[in-house]
Design a protein around this ligand. Sequence first.
Ligand SMILES: Nc1ncnc2c1ncn2[C@@H]1O[C@H](COP(=O)(O)OP(=O)(O)OP(=O)(O)O)[C@@H](O)[C@H]1O
Length: 222
Amino acid sequence: MIEFDGVSRRFSNGHFGLQDVSFHIPEGRMVFLTGHSGSGKSTLLRMIPALDHPTSGQVRIGGHDLQKMRHHQYPKLRRQIGVVFQDHHLLPDRRVYDNVALPLQVSGYGGKDIRRRVEAALDKVGLLMRQRALIEELSGGEQQRVNIARALVNRPKILLADEPTGNLDPELSRDIFNQFSDFHAVGVTVLIASHDLHLLKTYAVPRIVLNQGRLSHIEEAF
Ligand SMILES: Nc1ncnc2c1ncn2[C@@H]1O[C@H](COP(=O)(O)OP(=O)(O)OP(=O)(O)O)[C@@H](O)[C@H]1O
């Protein structure tokens, strides 16, 4: 499902964000991506929806070689991938509902379908009752849950999250990880970058460990 084959990313300043990284995540698996700050986690995640590209090596998603993909095919790829990235800002002066509906509007869904899907996604993250609230009225944890609902509303095959618990408190962080675990249970392939080792070790989930842009090792689930 997600395959990296000898992937390197060299930036214009000569620095390698990733160096010769290879792994394969089969469909329906949940995997953690760990490593110290600057080890290349975000660089790796950004390549999956083709937001960034390898300078050498291959990335294949669902059997499709991204290097051979044309720009006009990216929207189709991206519709299959839900992302919870730190820089995916919500619109603070718009309602929860509108923020979650946005990807469906972009994909051309009709009004009734949008309502059904948005409500289902908000229900999953426990925010159905807050759908009329403005984003700026929500707590940090609630906003993160809106982010997750927005990433899921297109029913993606893959869910990517980059430090999804940021500086949330431990209880909320666990809540959010449990939600990812639920999506994995219904067949979504889930890849989460996190350096919260304390939290990660409570889940029986394999880990890809990066060190200075290189794949250090893969730890199987205990
Ligand atoms: N556009 C860029 N130009 C030059 N160097 C970059 C660029 N983007 C990232 N880097 C460098 O590549 C390395 C990997 O960065 P990346 O953001 O992928 O790490 P990370 O593991 O996600 O870190 P963190 O946990 O702090 O978010 C870092 O040394 C970073 O400074």
